[in-house]
Design a protein around this ligand. Structure first.
Ligand SMILES: Cc1cc2nc3c(=O)[nH]c(=O)nc-3n(C[C@H](O)[C@H](O)[C@H](O)COP(=O)(O)OP(=O)(O)OC[C@H]3O[C@@H](n4cnc5c(N)ncnc54)[C@H](O)[C@@H]3O)c2cc1C
Length: 500
């Protein structure tokens, strides 16, 4: 098969997957709530074909078209090529879909690229399996979801301790056919409407907890895989009235593995802590975050322009305080673009010829969640009641109501009433609707919390020896460092310290 169309994607969802919405087990293809989301994701597959020059490339093994996000980057040209694909694909939803299939594709490609990490484990079969799976995803153009965060509830103990021990996904049995796994993972965005589920390493696991150190991939329709959906936030509305909620609810779900058989050929890590703990560290920033950062840039670009339109529609665009706020969003965009550019031009071989972006790109992981929340705050402050005084497009067609709306709800600067309503409806759908609020939560947490990301960056900085600036202050002035206590004549300290 070549790169799929939307119709082919939809046909692939016709199976016996166990998806629960509220207390109903549903068929995602038939349930009305899912119509917009499935059409929205189908649109992504059509879009990759429409913009084939950016999104697709020739599969070197079969000669068919494949999504660029599954390529294994080996050079600066490959990184630049992939940038073009990520940028184009993000424009399909203006960055509002976080989990278009290129997200997990790039993760998988990164893992396959780091054969050196698997090789260290001694058994080549695991890399052979994941490489074969990568080929399968390319050739079937599958839509993958992922679920990697431990289902820990009690944060007073370790993530795999106390009550958490029983909650998180782990191996409970081994059979001739494969592993039997049990437990939950948080969350799986797109899970109910993806083809397959890829479980891979997240935070490191300590010795003694090997049964949790797993990586595998299975169809969402595998018996025992239970998708528990959050409330659905997509709405049945015209695109012009709800441009995002009508198409782009990428349905999150908790995945419960109720004694699921994972066939051996789909088991990529089975308790091997050295592979498990190295794989994420060796791929997540330089590889995966090229996709996430570019997607975020596209979203910021849209948010900036949307706010400019809001300012024009209320004639606040010439006010210095509005210019300052608009400039704030634009500065986030420029910083983000600059970080991506710098990380791409400083890309290098991370091992086994895997050419990834510079690790500095992870700075965006700690800042972007704050900027995205700030942008939503700005939209609400700038928009005020205008976000709600927004008749639908159909209301303007009514013979009685239309003329009243044209008269009493026009935009400033000569902007027609219907255009004004469209601008503010879009802004509300972006930042204030049920989906807009969920999207803000997504931006805050989808790569893990900011707190954890900052801690990780700090530990990496210390491991690298950053920065030595304090010591240099005194070295420059010719002042010797104070010797460490064990090197001092402790006797000479007697009588000089504070007295009890
Ligand atoms: C909408 C949405 C979709 C998601 N989709 C997926 C998905 O598809 N697949 C997937 O695997 N995961 C997904 N996630 C991520 C996952 O579910 C978790 O929500 C996320 O990793 C953070 O949860 P946590 O409990 O681990 O947070 P924690 O990291 O425990 O953070 C909770 C709070 O504590 C603070 N904190 C934690 N540790 C520290 C620290 N060391 N120092 C300072 N502060 C700290 C944080 O800043 C935060 O405020 C998604 C999340 C959301 C919200």
């Amino acid at each position: 098969m070549t790169a799929r169309t939307g119709a082919e994607y939809k046909a692939g969802l016709a199976d016996n997957r166990e998806v629960w919405l509220g207390d109903q087990r549903i068929n995602v293809l038939e349930h009305p709530a899912f119509k917009g989301s499935i059409e929205g994701m189908a649109g992504y597959f059509d879009y990759q074909n429409k913009y084939a020059a950016d999104c697709l490339m020739t599969d070197p093994e079969t000669g068919s078209a494949m999504n660029v996000s599954l390529s294994l980057p080996k050079s600066a040209e490959d990184i630049a090529r992939r940038h073009r694909a990520f940028d184009r694909l993000a424009r399909y939803s203006n960055g509002m879909l976080g989990r278009t299939p290129d997200y997990v594709n790039v993760v998988l490609a990164g893992h396959v690229s780091r054969k050196d990490i698997f090789d260290k484990s001694g058994d080549p079969v695991f890399h052979e399996r994941i490489a074969a799976y990568h080929r399968e995803v390319i050739e079937k153009d599958l839509a993958l979801t992922h679920t990697i965060v431990h289902a820990a509830i009690d944060k007073s103990v370790g993530e795999l301790q106390g009550m958490n021990e029983e909650l998180t996904l782990r191996v409970v049995d081994r059979t001739e056919e494969g592993l039997i796994v049990r437990g939950a993972k948080m969350l799986a965005t797109l899970g109910p409407i993806a083809d397959e589920l890829y479980v891979y390493p997240a935070v490191p696991i300590q010795p003694g907890y090997e049964e949790y150190a797993l990586s595998f991939a299975i169809p969402v329709a595998t018996p025992g895989v239970v998708s528990v959906c959050r409330d659905h936030y997509g709405v049945d509305a015209e695109i012009v009235d709800k441009p995002f909620s009508s198409r782009f609810d990428e349905q999150d779900a908790v995945i419960i593995f109720d004694d699921v058989l994972i066939p051996w050929e789909r088991v990529f890590i089975d308790g091997n802590l050295s592979v498990y703990n190295a794989l994420n560290a060796g791929t997540a920033t330089g590889n995966t975050q090229q996709q996430t950062a570019i997607r975020a840039c596209v979203k910021l670009e849209f948010a900036y322009d949307l706010c400019v339109q809001m300012a024009k529609a209320t004639a606040t665009d010439t006010k210095p305080e509005t210019a300052s706020i608009l400039g704030e969003i634009y500065s986030y965009l420029r910083i983000a673009r600059a970080v991506v550019h710098s990380a791409e031009v400083n890309a290098s071989d991370w091992g086994n010829g895997a050419f990834f972006c510079h690790d500095d790109i992870s700075a965006l992981r700690t800042m972007m969640p704050l900027w995205m929340a700030r942008v939503n705050d700005i939209i609400k402050s700038m928009g005020s009641h205008n976000l709600l005084a927004t008749p639908t497009a159909a209301a303007f067609q009514d013979a009685r109501l239309g003329p009243l709306l044209e008269k009493y709800l026009p935009g400033a600067n000569g902007i027609p009433a219907q255009e004004r309503a469209r601008i503010f409806r879009t802004a509300w759908d972006f930042a204030g609707s049920a989906l807009g609020s969920r999207n803000e939560l997504y931006e805050r947490f989808y790569l893990g919390s900011v707190g954890r990301a900052r801690g990780l960056d700090h530990r990496k900085a210390q491991a690298k020896g950053e920065t030595g600036a304090y010591r240099a202050l005194f070295e420059e002035a010719g002042i010797d460092p104070v010797p460490a206590p064990e090197q001092q004549d402790l006797l000479s300290l007697q009588g000089t310290g504070p007295r009890a």
